[in-house]
Design a protein around this ligand. Sequence first.
Ligand code: SF4
Length: 511
Amino acid sequence: MNRRMILYRGSLKSCNYHCSYCPFSRHPMSERELARDREQWFSFVRTLERQRRGIRALMVTPYGEALIHPWYWEGLGRLSALPEMDAVGAQTNLSFPIEEFLTRFREAGGVLGKLRLWATFHPEMTEPEVFAGRCRRLAETGVRLCAGCVGAPDHLEQFQELKSKLPPEVYLWINQMDGLNRPYTERELEAFLELDPYFMQEVLPAEADVGLCGQRLFAEGDGRLRTCNISPVLKEKWTETGEPEFPAPICRRKYCSCYLAYGGRQDWVGHMLFGPYPLFRIPRRPRAVFLDVAGTLTPGHGKKDGGKTPDRTLAALKALAGEGTALFFATTLPYREAMERCRQIRSLFRGGVFAGGAHLLLREPGGIEGKPLQEHFEFLDRFCGSYLEDLKSLERQFGFRLMTCRRGDLCYKITLLRPARRPWENREAEAVFDCLRDKEKESGGAGRSGLSGPGDVRYLIEENCLQILPAQADKAGGVKTLCRWMGIRPSEAFAFGDSPEDREMTALCGE
Ligand code: SF4
């Protein structure tokens, strides 16, 4: 989630289309103005070639249509040739001559596999069949693209026709219509959701959070730099200074009011739906998703929550479940507590990695009420004897209450729970285990528990909870097993959580 991306908008303000609602269709540019746009673009390209500043993706977001001008193809080709660059692209109406300009892109050193196009359908200017045909040709050539349109209810039938003609791998997005001046009706919402399962991300407000914008920039042709397209100017002449640092973000907005704004945030929901560069708007479509509960799906440990999942997160999960992605919890909570906390969303999930990996559950499609297909427990068997008594005897000394998760007589997780105001520290956890080892020696049973050697158990601290788990149980291992049960690779899944316990799991599933 730390890949830097930059958007570029030159001084171009013209288009070969003449849509009635668009100001740029009525603004022809002179040869001089076009030459200026060309110079600015190549100045930007040279700046990125000289000094990458960790930027690994670029998208051109013009006012008007940029890709009818060959210089944009040459610049995109040059930048895609940089080994550090993962992807380059542009927003376009797709009216450019496909073969001719893809040849120009290649001649500039362009790597076709890195090209991404955001294609907008303009119902006043193109027929669905023609537009879908151009999408097909590009997709067949190996170009990755999305297609979409502004959600004008009057054009719904054309959009439905377009969707029916697009290749299935090309996602059709719908933008909320700014000029509608009224909310969508229920029927309109349903119809647009049918076309674009992620449409609620457009409709639900995205509150601004500049803390999520540290890895993105928006550059203009005259050298001005912003954090995003709707935030204030950070620097006036960025392209000429050659400053190596990546500027800190600034924002004065209350809401991130369009996709170019909210889509570029380091927001796990955006990455879950659209991969490491969500601004290109090309869906990731993971086969499975694994999500931590506290701090990810619900507010963190100790927060006053009521278990509520944010609306945008809920809408994204519903969309993925509707598309057939298998959703799983990946939590240190035991099953029962996770279900209680996530009652609002649990019906969308097919099981999960519970108790930090000590309990794995896969249910048949149809949600958490479905029949279990596979279930596995990793037990703390050696703790089920006198060690629980030894731990109990330490309750008063360390100020905790002992709680166990059990399956029948066997225990798979122990929690040493303290009041919220007394979080555990590592040294205290170590002291608990030292006491256990001493008690073991006193009773003449050295080696019984494995506590004096490596292997049997591990512990982790979650604020006021000291969790004791089987050493071989962790979230990453649980994700691997669940993927194996489903016959998919972890790289086809997405995982997210915000604690150190989640790192291995998220790395396993890739960005
Ligand atoms: S408005 Fe722009 S800078 Fe501000 S939080 Fe939203 S995306 Fe980030």
